[in-house]
Design a protein around this ligand. Structure first.
Ligand code: SF4
Length: 356
């Protein structure tokens, strides 16, 4: 009995010692758990490490009270790993998303930049100074176009539709003809009776005599007669009110149509580009590259010149070409643009000289 008691005591003592040790080990385990790196949720829930649990489960149930079983831990560990992976994925997604947002922002900036570049329009260097100088040189308004231009050839006392017909006729006569000649011919026609009905009644030869010395008078008389018939039959003895319809009349081109819309209807539809405007635009560099025809020049000018200058620029440049920037022997020596004009700076080398 004593032995049993001793053995029991020893056993009890050993058990107590084991418990103490286990408790000690449990504390050790808990302490060691603080130093082992585990998935954060496992550490938070159990405050133990897997290696500690393996040792503890063999010796003490008291520690088991506070520790989960291996399968439970393993499954939690797996869940933790999944969470970690999931967390990483979320972080990666988040990073990816941020990267995408950043790249989208960058792309957007690039697109905006590209669109801004595309919107940038060509315009000539120094064009405002050039325009200002021409205005100053044309201040006196004493060029032939100022007093005898096509818009000065109408009978101010006539009916509006008769005035519009006269505006159209003066433009048809002005082609390849000086303003002074056109103006005199229109004066004679007005005295004769410049209405659609009267012109249609007049013999071709008489009309040729009336408009002489206008250039290409035979052809122009034919065009005037055919146009007058169309106006009488299709437009109620008035002129059409669009560029397209005006261009459909015999002998009427885009330059005449745009100018006729201005002088006949008071509507600015485009720049009237004659030989003066064409030549000067090339000399002063108002076209991005040399142009060969007035129509090409008109399109190039309309690409950059502000619309509110379209009406002014025809008269301004025609008079400037009649007085200073003449076709042959331009007066560059006295021109205010000589320091900024490409033609004046390089009169022999300028490619624009070839387009005159
Ligand atoms: S400098 Fe000569 S070419 Fe140039 S605008 Fe004046 S006149 Fe014309």
């Amino acid at each position: 009995m004593r032995g049993r008691r001793a053995a029991g005591a020893a056993s009890a003592s050993a058990s107590v010692a084991d418990q103490d040790q286990n408790k000690h080990e449990g504390r050790t385990t808990r302490r060691s758990a603080k130093t082992v790196v585990l998935p954060c949720d496992v550490k938070a829930e159990n405050n133990v490490s897997v290696s500690s649990v393996k040792e503890d489960t063999a010796v003490s149930s008291s520690v088991e009270d506070v520790k989960p079983s291996l399968p439970s831990l393993a499954s939690r560990f797996k869940r933790a790993e999944k969470k970690k992976i999931s967390h990483r994925s979320q972080e990666e997604c988040s990073v990816d998303a941020k990267t995408n947002v950043k790249s989208q922002k960058r792309n957007k900036i690039v697109i905006e930049y590209e669109s801004a570049v595309k919107k940038e329009k060509w315009e000539p260097e120094n064009w405002i100074d050039t325009l200002h100088n021409i205005r100053e040189m044309r201040k006196s308004r004493d060029a032939p176009v100022d007093t005898m231009g096509c818009d000065k050839c109408m009978d101010d006392d006539a009916e509006p539709q008769v005035m519009r017909y006269q505006a159209l006729l003066s433009l048809m006569l002005s082609s390849q003809t000086k303003d002074v000649v056109t103006h005199a011919a229109m004066e004679r026609l007005r005295k004769h009776g410049c209405t659609i009905e009267n012109i249609l009644k007049t013999d071709d030869q008489i009309l040729e005599d009336l408009i002489h010395p206008v250039g290409f008078k035979k052809t122009k008389v034919k065009y005037i007669k055919r146009t007058s018939e169309i106006l009488r039959d299709q437009y109620n003895s008035d002129i059409p009110d669009t560029v397209e319809k005006l261009c459909g009349l015999p002998g009427v081109g885009p330059k005449m149509a745009h100018l006729c819309m201005q002088s006949g209807w008071g509507i600015v539809t485009g720049i009237g580009v004659d030989t003066h405007v064409h030549r000067i635009s090339n000399r002063i560099g108002w076209v991005p590259r040399p142009t060969k025809t007035p129509e090409e020049t008109r399109k190039a000018l309309e690409d950059w010149l502000p619309t509110d200058l379209w009406q002014e620029v025809n008269h301004l440049l025609v008079g400037f070409g009649q007085q200073i920037c003449r076709p042959v022997g331009p007066h560059c020596g006295t021109c205010s643009n000589s320091k900024i004009c490409p033609y004046a700076k390089s009169p022999t080398k300028s490619p624009r000289k070839g387009s005159m």
